[in-house]
Design a protein around this ligand. Structure first.
Ligand code: GDP
Length: 442
């Protein structure tokens, strides 16, 4: 079992609310109570050390598991919910950092103005969590790039930890703006600024498109009007699958550096598409038993995707298949052989193996009251497919409509972001779209 520690950073409302869903799930997976104490009958073959440090609790006179996290928000409400919720004793209070005012959905306010007031304490607390690690593997950060805190303050944190911790792996899960779900008109500005200024700081960035996840809830999980809680529970299962190999023993474990080595052929082409299978609604106590072959095939179907794009119109550079539960390597090989024969799927000619496999024996854990059916096996696929450029293209077009009229620019100028910064950010994202187009040329 690998035992290299991972520190998770959650910024802004979306980041913090995703943290709630993720840590509820991690506690269940590792047999840890909401107060951090271990369940008595815990015989799970796990290495919770990757995500939890342990300390002696004087009140209960037992060992307590403490998440290796930092949550930071410029406003207090989302983190206050954690401070007063069921999991209030799980987290070290020092790792929950809040300011007094929100970033008003403005990147500049999060990066320059309010962010500067909170950055020193945030870095100091990150340093404390880092000091509790023996052999740290990397950072994973979670935020939305459409609001002000996640985009602006999140970028400031990324920049500073890149300075401070140099070569340590930095992965991101970014909520991608979706006008269908969010009321924020200036999301394209925030998203392009965050992407531009963070481009060199993240080694690998997984986009989570709220619109795609909303559709997954509606069409696959029988939840027609999902709330953020529903969306975040789907996200937590996906994140759990991506990180299971850091925490549970398996036939083939994939660490953070391996992800990067396989998925990122050029530093900028670092936005894998995430798909998850099976997505089956939670029936009445039944366990869905889809074969390895079936779940593998579903991963190549658009209804399993967490970003809206059409991979059949792009080319695959690499697919990282992360299986968990009762799976046999031979069955995986059969399934992949079938996939490779499909004419509708194109792979770039210059990438030799194209498939990287991870296998973990721990099946997914169901959250009580969750929307996903219990299963014996599941797979999460991270694939580098050039069609992800369509997601950038969508945001870029919306940005163009706003910038043409110089709409809302004065709010940004007040916070130290000039029109030329916005133009520079958009040029960088346009160049990214072109980079993906070039990857397709054999
Ligand atoms: P910030 O606190 O200023 O960073 O702002 P938010 O995190 O609220 O960012 C706004 C964007 O995040 C919008 O696109 C929202 O739809 C999305 N969002 C807000 N909260 C959540 C959440 O809990 N889950 C998900 N998936 N998206 C969220």
């Amino acid at each position: 079992v690998p035992d290299r520690e991972v520190i998770q950073l959650y910024t802004g409302q979306a980041g913090v609310q995703i943290a709630s869903a993720c840590w509820e799930l991690y506690c269940l997976e590792h047999g840890i109570h909401a107060d951090g104490t271990m369940c008595q009958d815990n015989n799970i073959d796990n290495d919770s050390n990757a995500f939890f440090s342990s300390c002696y609790c004087h009140t209960t006179k037992t060992l307590k598991c403490v998440p290796r996290v930092i949550m930071a928000d410029l406003e207090p409400i989302p983190i206050d919910e954690i401070r007063t919720g069921c999991y209030r004793s799980l987290f070290d209070p020092c790792t929950l950092i809040t300011g007094k005012e929100d970033a008003a959905s403005n990147y500049g306010r999060g990066y320059n103005h309010l962010g500067c007031e909170l950055i020193d304490i945030t870095l100091e607390r990150i340093q404390r969590v880092v000091e509790c690690c023996d052999c740290m593997q990397g950072f994973i950060s979670f935020r939305s790039i459409g609001g002000g805190t996640g985009s602006g303050f999140g970028t400031l944190i990324q920049e500073k930890i890149a300075d401070e911790y140099g070569k340590i792996s930095r992965h991101e899960f970014n909520i991608f703006p979706s006008p269908k779900i969010s009321p924020i008109i200036v999301e394209p500005y925030n998203a392009l600024l965050a992407t531009h200024y963070s481009m060199d700081y993240a080694d690998c960035c997984i986009l989570l498109d709220n619109e795609a996840i909303y559709d997954v809830c509606g069409s696959s999980l029988d939840v027609p009007n999902p709330t953020y809680t529903n969306l975040n529970r789907v996200i937590s299962q996906v994140v759990s699958s991506c990180t299971a190999s850091f925490r549970f023993s398996g036939a083939i474990n994939v660490d953070m550096v391996e992800f990067q080595t396989n998925l990122v052929p050029y530093p900028r082409i670092h936005f894998p598409l995430c798909t998850y299978s099976p997505l089956i609604p939670n029936g009445k106590g039944a366990i869905a038993d889809l074969s390895t072959q079936q779940i593998t095939h579903c991963c190549f179907h658009p209804s399993s995707q967490l970003v809206k794009c059409d991979p059949r119109k792009g080319k695959y550079i690499c697919c990282c298949m992360l299986y968990r539960g009762d799976v046999e390597p031979t069955e995986i090989n059969f399934a992949i052989r079938d996939i490779k024969c499909k004419k509708a799927l194109q792979f770039v000619e210059w990438s030799p193996t194209a498939f990287k496999i991870g296998i973990n024996y721990q099946p997914p854990t169901c959250v009580p009251g969750g929307d996903l059916c219990p299963v014996n096996r599941a797979v999460c696929m991270l694939s580098n497919n050039s069609s992800i450029r369509c997601a950038w293209d969508r945001v870029y077009r919306k940005y163009c409509r706003l910038i043409k009229r110089s709409a809302f620019i004065h709010h940004y100028e007040c916070e130290g972001i000039e029109k030329c910064d916005l133009i520079e950010a958009s040029e960088n994202v346009l160049a990214l779209i072109k980079d993906y187009e070039e990857v397709e040329i054999d």
